[in-house]
Ligand binder design. Sequence first.
Ligand code: SME
Length: 172
Amino acid sequence: MFVATAPTAPNTLSKTALYADLNAQLKSLVEGERDFIANAANFSALLFHLLPDLNWAGFYLLRGDSLILGPFQGKPACVRIPVLPAPRGVCGNAAFHKRTFLVPNVHAFAGHIACDAASNAEIVIPLMSGERVIGVLDIDSPLIDRFDEADQAGLEAMVQTFMAASDPSTLK
Ligand code: SME
C-alpha cells in the first residue's frame, strides 16, 4: 500500500528537491490507476498534507461553460465558476487563457473569488487534454507571495504526471 511520507526537513530542501520528491510520490500513487477522480482526489490530498502553508488544494472540472468543484482538501468552496462567455476569478481565467495564473496577492487580482477568507496567494494550473482544457488545479495559501516560479515549475510537472496517468474519459 502507498504511504505518503513527508520529505525529511521540508523547510531545508530546495523547492526543486521538494517537488522532485513529491512528483516521485505522486507517480507511485497513480501508478496503474486510470480513474480521473480517484487520482485527482489523491493528488489534492498529497499536496495539501505535504506542501507547507496551504489552506486549500483541489480541482475544478469543466462542464459546459463552467468549472464545477471537484476533489479537494480544505474548507467547503464555491461550486460553479463561469469560464464562458466571460471568465470569472483566477480559476476561470486560467481555464479561459489555458495558462498558469500565479497570483502573489489575491486582493490585487480584479475579480478574484474569495471562497476562504484565509486565502492571500493562489496558483491555478490548467489541465490540458491535447488542446482542450478540461479543468484546473487550484492551490491557495494564507501567505502573501507564497508561490514563485519554482512552485509553478514543480506543480506543472506534477500536473503532467497526473494527466499522463489519468484517463479523462472515466469522468463520463
Ligand atoms: N479563488 C478562486 C476560487 C476558488 S477557491 O479559491 C477554492 C478564484 O478566484 O477563481
